[in-house]
Design a protein around this ligand. Sequence first.
Ligand code: AMP
Ligand code: ZN
Length: 460
Amino acid sequence: MELKLYNTLSRKKEVFTPINDIVRIYSCGPTVYSYAHIGNFRAYVFMDTLRRVLKYNGYKVKHVMNITDVGHLESDADEGEDKIAKAAKKENKDPYEIAKYYTEIFLRDLDRLNIDKPEIICKATEHINEMIEYVSEIIKNGYGYETTKGIYFDISKLDKYPVLSDRKVDEQIAGARVEVDNEKRNPEDFALWIKAPEKHIMKWESPWGLCYPGWHIECSAMSRKYLGEEFDIHTGGIDHIPTHHENEIAQSKGRCGKIPARFWMHCNFLQINGGKMSKSLGNIYTLDTLKEKNIEPLSYKLLCFSSHYRNKLNFTFEGAVSSNTSLIRLREGYRAHLLGNEKVEKEIINELEEKFHNAINDDLNMPEAMGIVWEAVRYPKKSKDMANLLLKFDEVLGLRIDEEVENNVEIPEEISNLLEERKLARENKDWELSDKIRDILKEKGYIIKDTKDGSKVEKI
Ligand code: AMP
Ligand code: ZN
């Protein structure tokens, strides 16, 4: 069956066939300076679904994801402080300690979401030599030049820039988005390698002095190292399109004349109250926030399937609670089939399988695929064949539908608000207030258990 994927590069759905037998994928991973929020995880649920759909279609995959532990400045356009260095200063810790801590939590959360991990997870700070080599090659080919601030990429040397987005470089007034730098040949030239000011914490020896990498070069260097000059799919969030991925393409053209990936796939944003959920806006929720309200991480994954990955998804707690109930119904439905002894015709099973396969192969149309899953769950005759079909679907969903249904507690709004207040108190290390709220909750008939996996509420 044909697999079609939307390619941001061509702005249309294309039939996917890999270059070699193994599908090579690169995904832009997290910047580990803080907790990843559920908005970030929408991008990784999408990455997971893509991997699983490829595998469902019989492909083997070699998948690489980076961990950005240096070089991502506050603005994507080479401005502001390095996010990790800033967090290190704020928390008075070593930047490596910061990165290690948030990486571990990120990987734990991938497990909680049953996200199939990429074969290779690589850190920017462990690939400094590859980046230096990459920058040197770009300079040798005439695409890079040195200023007092660093090494910049000369976009005027390219046949076309940008290629992924349709923003107009010429129409952009220098300084409107990027600070004017008179040493740069073109306002949109971007940093490959940045000369470190004396007090900068993370810096490395290089042919151009003590420097640190620009954000985009790490992905070019690591994707090339592990996947070669040209691979199959590159994924990320839509915010990567205009700058990060555009510049990765520019760098690769500067080094070897090629666009590194054939397919560029981007996940749209999770919104909250109609706006972006982001760390910088301070309106984020983590999987722990959901857990405290008894919404299990996999319910959030199910919620992600309610919208196509290229559409926005608006987050509400009501929606998350309802997904939690749906996940319970899904597991109960699976169990009813597993215990059933009725006969379901093979044609019915085959037809459902085909419809599901069609949906996922139509650019990962998960809302439609879920419609078929529910058709199977609700099928009136209960049979093991249907249970097996659901297990097969779960290879793509990764919802652990064969897991025992836990006794879930309905949380009234008053309790949910108290839980939120307690979470804030704990974040502010206000243990007195946190204990006080715990006592109020107890009076109201709920106990809280703080585990290494977050807090859980139970009815007394
Ligand atoms: P960062 O850790 O900031 O580099 O972002 C990690 C990933 O999360 C990137 O792929 C972003 O595009 C993605 N991302 C950030 N915010 C959101 C959001 N609100 N919804 C969906 N994806 C997001
Ligand atoms: Zn990247």
